[in-house]
Design a binder for this molecule. Structure first.
Ligand code: UD1
Length: 359
């Protein structure tokens, strides 16, 4: 029996773990221990995902959150090491690009445990993003790298990964597996009167929320777009705090600002919306799965294949550019074809990989 110790902590990781933990649970030869670092802790940022998506209850919750990067990553590293020494797993598995990812990978490698990285090889080429630093360092020390896309595989090759003693596998994207599994269960948010036609907005990246001029440009663009298309904004706690404490232009009353939504509610909003505006990585793909055009409120994306296919306009953060991208999609909606993120068996491939005798 092989023991996999998984580390999760932030909202997108719960969605990914929902797909992978289910497959691990189905394999007789595998057992899983889950550490929740505590990075996300509000009920609707964490617990609701475990309940709705039947993710096994974490065996450990480290309760580490709301700290500066160094303190957060450092404390996670220390506490994760204690658990790893006690559990002595065969593999440590980390997801994505958050502080929880890097802390988990580093803790494992320092005590000689092999690391598997789900969502390996993504690059934004923007080294000012904490996520870019986290993913580059995690990839470099991981032993088994699961790439969601050919682009991710190519990135690793370009960085010389074929010269390192690592295994790199193209699996497809576990978020697509999650979408396929849960899309029929989508759930209307209770007590909300949604406009008939609307745009779905999310905004939380530090590079947007922590730069007053950038945030001002984005809010102004959203206010103007809302005159033509009402917007629905499930607001991330980070953005909520910043907006409440800064001197930004007021949000238009045509923007419906709501609490963070659960995964099944987001699937419902995606199904009903006309288009998506976001700085989230996950939502860019979910827009594509639901065949909705997406405007990315960043200057670059890791999911370049969406931009190349014309499904996603990487608009940047200037007001005029965001509005221009919006008008482009109002004039012409893209024709969607599927297949960019695999066939929905990424989690199966990941679980099977751990059972290969040479690993
Ligand atoms: C983190 C990840 C980011 C990911 C995102 C998903 C890092 C560096 N960033 O960003 O890659 O896209 O999660 O949401 O790991 N907060 C709450 N309640 C919560 C969670 C957070 O109030 O349940 C507050 C925190 O106290 C903090 C702020 O929101 O003030 C930001 O949280 P943090 O964990 O630092 O990063 P995210 O912005 O969520």
């Amino acid at each position: 029996m092989k023991k996999i110790l998984s580390i999760i902590g932030a909202r997108p990781q719960f969605i990914k773990a929902a797909a992978v933990s289910r497959e691990i649970g189905r394999r007789k030869g595998l057992t899983e221990v889950i550490i929740h670092t505590g990075q996300h802790f509000d009920h609707n940022m964490s617990q609701v995902f475990f309940e709705q998506m039947q993710i096994p209850e974490p065996d450990y919750n480290l309760g580490i959150h709301s700290l500066p990067h160094g303190a957060m990553t450092g404390r996670m590293l220390e506490r994760a090491e204690e658990v790893m020494l006690k559990e002595d797993p065969d593999w440590v598995m980390v997801y994505g690009d958050t502080n929880s990812t890097l802390a988990g990978a580093l803790a494992a490698k320092k005590i000689g445990l092999p690391v598997a990285h789900v969502e390996a090889g993504l690059r934004s080429f923007n080294m000012t993003m904490p996520e870019e630093i986290n993913r580059i360092l995690t990839d470099r020390i991981a032993d088994l790298l699961f790439c969601p896309t050919q682009t991710a595989l190519d990135n690793l090759e370009r960085e010389g990964f074929d010269h390192f003693d690592k295994r790199v596998l193209l699996t497809g994207d576990v978020m697509y597996d999650a979408y396929l599994h849960f899309s029929d269960l989508r759930k209307a948010p209770t007590g909300l009167k949604l406009p008939d036609k609307f745009g779905l907005v999310t905004l939380h990246r530090a590079e947007n929320t922590d730069q007053p001029e950038t945030l001002k440009q984005i809010v102004e663009a959203l206010n103007e777009i809302a005159e033509e298309l009402p917007l629905v904004l499930p607001i991330h706690p980070r953005t909520f705090k910043v907006i409440n404490h800064s001197k930004l232009p007021a949000m238009s009353n045509k923007i419906l600002v709501i609490e963070p939504m659960s995964y099944l509610e987001v699937l419902y909003l995606l199904e009903k919306c006309f288009l998506v505006l976001t700085d989230s990585g996950g939502l860019q793909k979910e827009a594509y799965f639901a065949e909705r055009p997406c405007i990315t409120l960043r200057t670059e994306t890791e999911w370049t294949e969406l931009a190349e296919a014309g499904y996603n306009q990487v608009a940047g953060t200037r007001k005029e550019a965001i509005i221009k991208a919006f008008r482009g999609f109002v004039r012409k909606k893209p024709e969607f074809t599927s297949g960019l993120y695999g066939i929905g068996n990424a989690a199966k491939m990941i679980a099977d990989a751990f059972l290969q005798p040479e690993l």
